[in-house]
Design a protein around this ligand. Sequence first.
Ligand code: ZN
Length: 700
Amino acid sequence: MTTTDSTNPLLVSVGLPPYDRITPADVEPGVNEMLTRAEQILESLEASDDLSWDAVMTPLEQIDLLFEYGWSPVTHLMSVLSSEELRTAHDSVQPRVVEFGLRLRQSRRIYEKLTALRASDAWPSMKGARQRIITRSIQQSELSGIALSDEDRSVFNTIEQELSQLNTKFANNVLDATKAWHLDLTDSAQVEGLPESLKRLMASAWSAADGNSDHETATAESGPWRVTLDHPCFGPFMEHCRDRQLRETAYRQYIQRAASGKTDNTNLISRILKLRQQKSELLGFRNYAELSLSTKMADDTSAILSMSERLRSAAYDAAKQELNEVSKIAAENGHEGDLCHWDIPFWAERLREERYAFTDEQLRPYFSLDRVLNGLFGLCHQLFGITVSKAENGVAPVWHKDVRYYDVADESGNTIAGFYLDPFSRPSNKRGGAWMNDCIGRSVTQKSVRLPVAHLVCNSTPPAGEVPSLLTFREVETLFHEFGHGLQHMLTTIDERDAAGINGVEWDAVELPSQFMENWCYHRPTLMQMAIHFETGEPLPDDLYQKLCAARNYRAASQLLRQLQFGLTDIELHSSFEPDGSESPFDVERRIAETTSVMMPLPENKFLCAFQHIFAGGYAAGYYSYKWAEVLSADAFAAFEEAGLDDADAVTRTGRHFRDTVLALGGSEHPMDIFRRFRGRDPDPDALLRQCGLLKSARP
Ligand code: ZN
């Protein structure tokens, strides 16, 4: 029997989603009923002539809420409690959900209402947050071609379709080209020095290959071992393979992926760039970078270029120095002649071992989950005045017995938010990695106040007997990172859903709170409070702490230059590049490499043919966002350093200011305005350089 509307747990509209009651059998009837209700609201909205914020936005908010309780729990459970039954139920309703989403976003009537509202007398006196929500919504519709003439829209749709096919083709070519090459090693001398985990990976790659699976199985100890171009194999292989010839062979294959034969992406690159240019012009932009930046924090390409140049000029000599250090250790260990590309990762890894020898396993006993959480919550109490407390079991409905629910209270003790923590790995039904997403968004109307609730999902090792859940340092950083996203969601003070928390935050600004929180993992008092050995009760030894901090900036300049090279190539290809001009995309990349690499790429390097971020992913004219957000977060953290990290009052004062600006205002204002409110000025790239150890000068 399936549940009907009145009892279906996907059709509630208050409180927390009843996770303990949702079953796969509820999905089809619940989601279908939800969609029917949403369609009714949409139809009456489209039919109405009322024109005011409430008349237009309240129905849209109602639709949003239907999805928040009726669809989000389904997608959430797909990632934390998946099952064959749930997947089948999800797949059966998904097409209708997608279709409704498209209809809503492409509603001509809603678009007309919003533009009329913007032109109405009510507009100038409307709250800034509301103006931003409407402006953004109009802009999104326009970027999907809604305002074009019928003729132009038909061209636009054809371009969109071809682009979508080309993106898929590009990604498939990279995948196929990556798979097309491998090298089987059978002599144990060839794998000498490779880490155990890599040998295991290579042996299982050999075993899993066609024709090898049915007769014998490879082992980490005796092989055969298969070298592949997949990142988990290729990266460590280049760092650890002692056989220079093998490294060269693998490297040359790697830089030529998807650059010839059946999987050649060369022509796809030109075609994609050309279509993006046409699309941009149809929508009234000069080029694709302009289109991309129209929805981002960075104003224009010159803002990105000047930030990049500041970072580049500060990193260049340091990167040369880093290369010299690697050359030196290579020479000391018998390497003759100049280093080639395939030597750098190998010798850089030897240098890392020499300088900062520590392993994940050495650190793990110092980071038990509960201590780390206490440290994190204590820090948030100090910085933001919030108190995090675990709710009694049974208060919040959960999807698994290990899941905990926490209340977040402000300084006066009022509950302002809550979050779920699903801490442990469950390979059988839970997706890997760590993430934060919203469960309930904050919204305040005349009738109701809905407090924000977040999902915080991690995959740490579950406790076993007397041994608590122990985290690697990387996992500690990830937890802080995701909690930073959660803070922005939970500490928002904005009443309009579409601008509250992370909603409506430009994507090059969205990593500011998360990366900001990561910085505290290196803050000595914060770290030392958490890092207590679970058996001995000893604090983390000082030399390990020093190594941890030093390792953070190992080869920082080289890595920075590499990211700038990608970002600048991306921006140039999407702004000043002319698809029919005399320069090829590869020429552009080489020209940029002249100032952003201390060792020029080989002439046959075709990295662009595998650059999926910009040709198959969402990072086109957006790759710079990585560094942009790092500049923002480093500069935000620098405000605390300037105030004095040892001065508790100053830290608290600065923390409250950060809470009341960056965390509270979310998407209600332009992120640059919010940043200026916090910092009193524009972002300064020097903060990132100081953090990376690339700028020794005193702080202003
Ligand atoms: Zn993030």
